[in-house]
Design a protein around this ligand. Structure first.
Ligand code: HEM
Length: 155
């Protein structure tokens, strides 16, 4: 009788644990990474392509001679590749960003608060154009915002 009781209790524990872990797995499965929610590299490269196309012709940004010189040094396709890799990694994707640190690639560009604002406005236009939902836009802005202290040097 004692053995039966132990067996029943153990079965209940095993069953309870497996239902619990299945529920947890389901929960984890529901919470897709930002990378997946924005459509992986397919979605990221399309948005980055549009975004860089807007930036390289932006008159306000190109008025800054250091940015203009940087554009000539780093061609648009190169920037698109690097920024896509960076966004892919930062959103939880399988990429490995191999470019320079944000400080090393921007400190010499003498970027101001105003220029940062212009960049953010163009980013928003690209996100809206491809109908990236508000929640994902916010997460992407949070990621980009973390680089601001390394990029904006002119107050
Ligand atoms: C006002 C804002 C920004 C401007 C005007 C700007 C402009 C530039 C320019 C001109 C370059 C080439 C630099 C050179 O060759 O000397 C560059 C490189 C790069 N930028 Fe930006 N950028 C801005 C913000 C950002 C942000 C927010 C990110 C990503 C979150 C970013 C990611 C990159 C990357 C990955 C590179 C290439 C780094 C490398 O060469 O390894 N930039 N940027």
């Amino acid at each position: 009788m004692k053995i039966l009781k132990i067996a029943v209790v153990s079965m209940a524990l095993v069953l309870g644990a497996s239902i619990g872990s299945a529920a947890m797995a389901q929960q984890a499965g529901d919470q897709k990474s930002l990378y997946e929610r924005v459509g992986g590299l397919n979605g990221i490269t399309v948005v980055v392509d549009d975004f860089i196309n807007r930036l390289v012709v932006n008159k306000t940004l190109n008025k800054n001679p250091a940015i203009d010189a940087g554009r000539k040094r780093s061609p648009a396709p190169y920037l698109k590749f690097q920024v896509s890799q960076l966004v892919c990694e930062a959103t939880g994707g399988p990429c490995k960003y191999t470019g320079k640190a944000m400080k090393d690639s921007h400190a010499h560009l003498n970027i101001s608060e105003k220029e940062w604002g212009v960049m953010a406005g163009e980013f928003k236009k690209s996100l809206d154009k491809f109908k990236v939902p508000a929640a994902e836009q916010k997460e992407l802005f949070d990621i980009v915002g973390k680089t601001k202290a390394d990029i904006v040097v002119r107050k």
